[in-house]
Design a binder for this molecule. Sequence first.
Ligand code: KIV
Ligand code: ZN
Length: 507
Amino acid sequence: MAEKLYIFDTTLRDGEQVPGCQLNTTEKIEVALLLDQLGVDVIEAGFPVSSPGDFNSVLEISKAVTRPSICALTRAVKKDIDVAAESLRLAKRGRIHTGIGVSPQHIFNKLRSTPEKIIASAVEAVRHARNLVGEVEFYAEDAGRADNEFLARVVEAVIDAGATVVNIPDTTGYCFPEEYAAKIRYLVENVPNMDRAILATHCHNDLGMATANTLAGVLAGARQAEVTINGIGERAGNTSLEEIVMALRTHPAYGVDTEIDARLITKASHLVSSLMNMPVQPNKAIVGRNAFAHSSGIHQDGVLKQRDTYEIIDPQDVGINESSIALTARSGRAALAHRLELLGYKLEKEELDATYEKFLDLADRKKEIHDYDLLYLVGDLERIQNQTIKLKFLSVTTGTLQPTATATLVLKFGDRERMATASGNGPLDAAIKAVKSLINETVVLQEFLMQAMTKGSDDVGRVHTQVKCGDNLAHGYSANTDTVRAGVESFLDALRCLGVTEKPDKD
Ligand code: KIV
Ligand code: ZN
């Protein structure tokens, strides 16, 4: 039986303090409820003394979420701890996470203190917190750059004072995995009362080693990992929950596992990314758009024969229905035949060879081949006619009154033109609603990612969309100086891939 690794999620604290990622209380509760379903052990819900909003969020999350411990961050300052305890008063399992800097940089430069005074403040903070809540965790800030002997003295003192979890943050993301593992091992071997507390990892990603350092720390004896969904967090971010969970699950021989329901990982990633307006890089491990997409012909052939040839994780295990075979100039016949079969075409060898030649010719000119391109290649003109949705006209008005915007547009379905008007929370919302009113399927815009190419208000906006229709998922892309138009075109691009057709006219 595997030993349990406790998952402490700090998406709503370390993740949320990133500029632009701020959530309101309702949104934080939505994330906390999903973290609860995911099975995390601790939710760090905020830093209550920092603002009334953070205080309120910790209070409301404590009411709404009762299974995991709800944690509030403080400095080693009496007022912080009192405010945190007050915000946790309704929590079924409340935890105060208090701490102080322990590296030379923090002790002498930031705090202008001495090692002895640091230990005294740490002990005082833990004792005070212990009188107010059931669980006290201590963080030794910048432990990554701290002297191990001094760190061991701090850890021993705070455990004596009542801390049951001691967090060893690599605050600046400085350590190498072996160095971080050695630090944890040193504490396990040299702190006399270490058996009375759990050691926690909290690694930042400044050198891209957060996950490696966390795993090294766990293999050296840490039993709590502090993580965020999508790895969001200060600067280059924190260790990502999904990477730790799946790394341990793909390596059961290490004998450590979490109680996370990994099938909810993709859902959690999408929720956090969309609420925090924080796009996930396409090649991000586990949750990136391309994490299960195969584009080279050799890889596609291998995956179609047997999934694990090129996939170490079954996409379904993290909540994705199927690995995606992206058709590009590097795809082989097997991938083309597979996609054609999904579209209902079973070609004989000679027909397939001929279609493959045409496919390569087209793929050399286009980045990715979509289903409607394939219909063109196999000559299904009637289906192409129905699937070719184009934007002919778009006009939006926007302002400060509710609803804030109205959009009127004309779409061409083949050679038929249809017009629609809709209003929404903004010009794009209005335009997407207008498009939806003209199509025959229920589609869900799952991801909308807009990026400026350079800087300036006249810049070209690039828009990536991810749209779901039943079990099918498609990606759309467009770029335009008019960002609303780019958004609508990108949405239409995805609709074309999905083969969405026109809603029948009422008359
Ligand atoms: O990175 C860090 O040191 C922290 C502490 C506040 C736990 O986030
Ligand atoms: Zn941190």
